[in-house]
Design a protein around this ligand. Structure first.
Ligand code: GLY
Length: 423
């Protein structure tokens, strides 16, 4: 199949690699230097929708896989489908599950999906009232901007004062522009998080093995939140819990989408908090593959993902195609100096073996070519992903490759996977 992968991060590099292992012919837009080693990259930006549709048509692309949420929320999948091109990724109506926190929380409530108590506020006064009500028993709240805010629109407030300040920043100072014109005030649920991604054709779910992200910058879950500093797959969640997540969260979502006449063909990525009693609560949905969850999931994947996604795009996803390497996969992110605040770019990256010669899968995320040199071009620069019979062995292999990589000022967590006694 001729597959077009849209995006330029580690997730898209991992997807591209997976497709090439089944001998698909891959085009990437715009891609990155890592993807260039495997596929043809075409310099069209992810928001240049008309140009992407025209290129897909001209190239005779048989399947488009849209990586990031921005173009999905902006309706790229609708435009591709309208042009008759099979596309994996929800249209704008379905992508609101990620693109609007107000829509998604109301969807969860309407369809009986367990989620934290919440209120919607469009004014500071309404936010203050909700904060007072939801913290009356001494609980904490989380303030969430309604729209996309580059992963920065969620504030976990340790006191009501912090919550009120966050609501003002969003509603009055418009820190995130119109994305903060409405906010969710939500009671904080404490527990352990797990990422559960499911592929769907709108009728059936193909639930992928769970992954666990390490969102904070520093070891021991300290420091600021990031897009993710590393992941492990399979994560700690066992079969019984996954059964509950399927029965209480993912399946009601699929029924709710059908009831609301939303034709959803893509990834349902559930961010789930599991409380001390073992009950799963849906924090949020993303409408795309996770990054860096995709990297270790793909490292363990066996079977032809292209065939599965093409089936999902047609509304007829095949069952039983994907199987899983029993080993554990660990992805360690190598981030730039200054990340996540103001990442430094333009640093020369050394010590990388050719992709196929490395004992780990080194997925590029924020890299660019400058002449003959490979340089950093984003906050998360590389995702080094390795398999092992135990999490310790996978970690050892990943960190051995990380140690060989030279990136001035780099930031790397040393404890990825250590929370996980998966053996
Ligand atoms: N790992 C977080 C995300 O993909 O949004």
């Amino acid at each position: 199949m001729k597959i077009l992968v849209i995006g330029s991060g580690g997730r898209e590099h991992a997807l591209t690699w997976e497709f090439t292992t089944s001998d698909h012919d891959v085009i990437c837009a715009p891609g990155n230097p890592g993807m260039e080693e495997l596929a043809r990259c075409v310099p069209i930006a992810v928001d240049a929708h008309e140009a992407l549709v025209a290129m897909a048509r001209k190239e005779g692309v048989e399947l488009v896989v849209v990586g990031p949420e921005g173009p999905l929320v902006a309706g790229l999948a609708d435009k591709l489908r309208a042009a008759g091109i099979a596309t994996f990724g929800p249209g704008a109506a379905g992508a609101r599950l990620e693109g609007s926190k107000v829509f998604s929380k109301q969807f969860f409530a309407k369809h009986g999906i367990p989620t934290a108590p919440f209120a919607v506020a469009t004014s500071v006064a309404a936010a203050d009232t909700a904060i007072a009500e939801l913290t009356a028993g001494g609980e904490q709240v989380v303030i969430k901007a309604d729209g996309l805010a580059a992963g920065k629109g969620v504030v976990v407030a340790s006191t009501p004062d912090e919550a009120r300040a966050a609501a003002r920043e969003m509603l009055e100072a418009r820190r995130f522009g119109d994305a903060g014109a409405s906010v969710i005030v939500e009671r904080r649920i404490r527990g352990r998080e797990v990422s559960v991604l499911a592929l769907t054709d709108g009728k059936r779910l193909e639930i992928l093995p769970p992954a666990e992200d390490h969102k904070q910058l520093l070891d021991g879950d300290q420091g600021p939140n990031t897009g993710g500093m590393g992941t492990v797959c399979p994560a700690w969640a066992g079969a019984e819990l996954l059964g509950r997540i399927a029965a209480e969260i993912l399946e009601p979502t699929l029924r709710g989408l059908a009831a609301d006449k939303i034709d959803y063909r893509g990834v349902l990525y559930a961010g789930v908090m599991v409380d001390a009693a073992g009950a799963p609560w849906l924090l949020e949905y993303n409408c795309r593959f996770g990054d860096p969850e995709t990297q270790p999931i793909i490292a363990r994947m066996e079977g032809d993902l292209g065939t599965v996604l093409a089936g999902a795009a047609r509304g007829d996803m095949p069952a039983g195609e994907l199987t899983w390497d029993p080993r554990v996969a660990v992805c360690v992110v190598v981030a730039a100096a200054g990340y996540p605040g103001a990442p430094r770019t333009g640093d020369v990256i050394g010590g990388l073996a050719p992709f196929d010669d490395s004992p780990a899968l080194v997925f590029h995320a924020g890299t660019a070519r400058r002449g003959d040199a490979l340089v950093s071009a984003g906050g998360r620069v590389l995702g080094v992903t390795a398999l092992g019979l135990t999490v310790e062995l996978a970690r050892a292999r990943a960190y051995e490759v990380v140690a060989q990589i030279d990136l001035p000022g780099r930031q790397v967590r040393t404890d990825i996977g250590l929370r996980d006694p998966v053996a």
